[in-house]
Structure formats: C-alpha cells, structure tokens
Design a protein around this ligand. Structure first.
Ligand SMILES: C[S@@+](CC[C@H](N)C(=O)[O-])C[C@H]1O[C@@H](n2cnc3c(N)ncnc32)[C@H](O)[C@@H]1O
Length: 243
C-alpha cells in the first residue's frame, strides 16, 4: 500500500531531455519477446497506477548492470512490483547469472512471475514473496543490488527504515559490488525545508542520502534522472588510496 501523503513518481517524465532520451531508448533493439512484454507492462502500469521505473531508467539500470556484471553474477532486485525492473536486469545478466527479486504483495509477485515466464526469463529470475527486511538476512551476497521500495507506507511509519534497509543491503553486497537505489529525491520532497508537516518517509530518504554520500566504503553519485537514482560502487574505504 502506497503512502497517500506522497505522490507516486510516474514512469513518464515531463522533462524534454528525458522524453527525448526515452524515445531514443525505444529504438534500441531488444529480444522480441522481451520487448513486447516490457511494452505491455508499461501500458498496464500506466493504466493501473503501478509504480515502475519505466523505459529510460530501465535501460540505464540495465546498462549499468551489463557494465558491471560478469559470468555467474548474483543480482538482488528489491521491490519486484510486476517484474519490470527484474526483466531489465535479466537482459543484462551474463551466462550463469541469477536474479532474486523480492515483493511483499503476493498478487503483484504472481503477476511478475507470469510476465517473467512470458518474456522467457523464468530460468534466471526467482521471485520471493515477503518482506525484504525479513528475507534479506536469509540471503547470501550479491554483485549488484537494485533497491526500489521507498515510496511506500512501510517507510512512512519509521524514518529509520530507509537507513536500516541501506545497512542490510550493504551487508549483503559483494566486496566490489554495485548498489543502485531509486527515489533519492522522494518525489521532490527532499528539496523542501523540514517542517511540522514533513512526513517520516522524507526524513528517512534524507538520512539515507546523507549516509550514503558520506560513506567512505562507497564511491557514489545521484544521477538526476526521474526521481533521482543512486549509483554506488563499493571501494576500499580510502579515497586517498584511489589517487
Ligand atoms: C516502486 S515498486 C517497484 C517497481 C519495480 N522495481 C519496477 O520498476 O518494476 C515498489 C514495490 O515494493 C514493494 N514493497 C514495499 N515494501 C516492501 C517490503 N518491505 N519488502 C518487499 N517489497 C516491498 C511494493 O509492494 C511495490 O510493489
């Protein structure tokens, strides 16, 4: 259930640069079955108000995954929804790789499994139904983690849950792993001054942003795309040593 006090950031940007880049991304070749399923999912998500990352962010997340991952890679996708981001990650997955995708809503998870099978990726993506906070501790380490569960009532109840999830992800990330986190801007609310009406979720995202920006264990940057996309690469924690 989404937090009613925060608007869902639509998959379709109104920024002319993003519109142009999105249309250009649509011209890029994809496996035909995948292409048809992704387009269908975009239409379904638009008509039902399901929050998915959309074409441009999907293509960028896939590109980043493809640049980083090698054979046998393990990927964690947190917040499956109907499986859209999992499919973009799967398109970048090298031979022998596996994706674990976690979704708390069983109905969405079932729809994701159906789309994933129709696109031809059921052998590489496992959808786990449950709460990420309970499931992640049971899992091993991952070469890439995509975390996209922020705009939800779950995080509105406790501002520190966003930080807690960051900690869990960090402890399940491989030594040279990459973490990608959506909604760094929290629908634009992180730009507003703190006030009595600031919802907890914004405080949580602010804390996460500050913690990740300052963490010497990561080289990180917010790509100002759509709702702000964190890209963080684990380093040895010594910036001077990188010179
Ligand atoms: C923004 S959507 C994910 C969209 C997806 N990454 C995509 O672009 O295709 C976030 C999803 O996270 C799920 N979710 C929220 N809290 C969760 C939790 N604690 N554990 C697992 N999933 C959660 C929601 O049900 C929702 O479907």
């Amino acid at each position: 259930m989404e937090n009613p006090s925060l608007t869902i950031v639509p998959q379709d940007s109104t920024d002319p640069r993003e519109i142009f880049a999105t249309e250009t991304a649509r011209a890029s070749a994809l496996p035909p079955k995948l292409s048809a399923v992704l387009t269908e999912m975009e239409d379904v998500a638009r008509s039902e108000g399901i929050p998915i990352i959309g074409r441009l962010e999907g293509a960028i997340v896939s590109m980043l995954a493809g640049l980083h991952l090698s054979a046998g890679a393990r990927v964690l996708d947190i917040g499956t929804a109907i499986g859209y981001s999992a499919l973009w990650l799967a398109d970048a997955l090298p031979a022998g790789g596996r994706i674990v995708s976690i979704e708390i809503d069983p109905a969405r998870a079932a729809r994701a499994e159906d789309y994933i099978a129709r696109a031809g990726y059921a052998d590489r993506i496992e959808v786990m139904v449950g709460d990420a906070f309970e499931l992640i501790p049971e899992l091993g380490t991952f070469d890439l983690i995509f975390q996209d569960v922020m705009k939800h009532a779950y995080f509105g109840s406790d501002p520190y849950l966003a930080l807690e999830l960051l900690k869990q992800c960090t402890s399940h990330l491989a030594e040279d792993g990459v973490m990608i986190i959506d909604n760094a801007f929290c629908g634009g609310h992180v730009f507003e001054p703190d006030g009595a009406d600031t919802v907890n979720q914004v405080l949580g995202v602010r804390s996460l942003n500050e913690a990740l920006a300052k963490d010497p264990a990561f080289q990180s940057v917010i790509v100002p795309l759509r709702d702000g996309l964190w890209v963080a690469r684990r380093v040895d924690g010594d910036a001077e040593g990188r010179a």
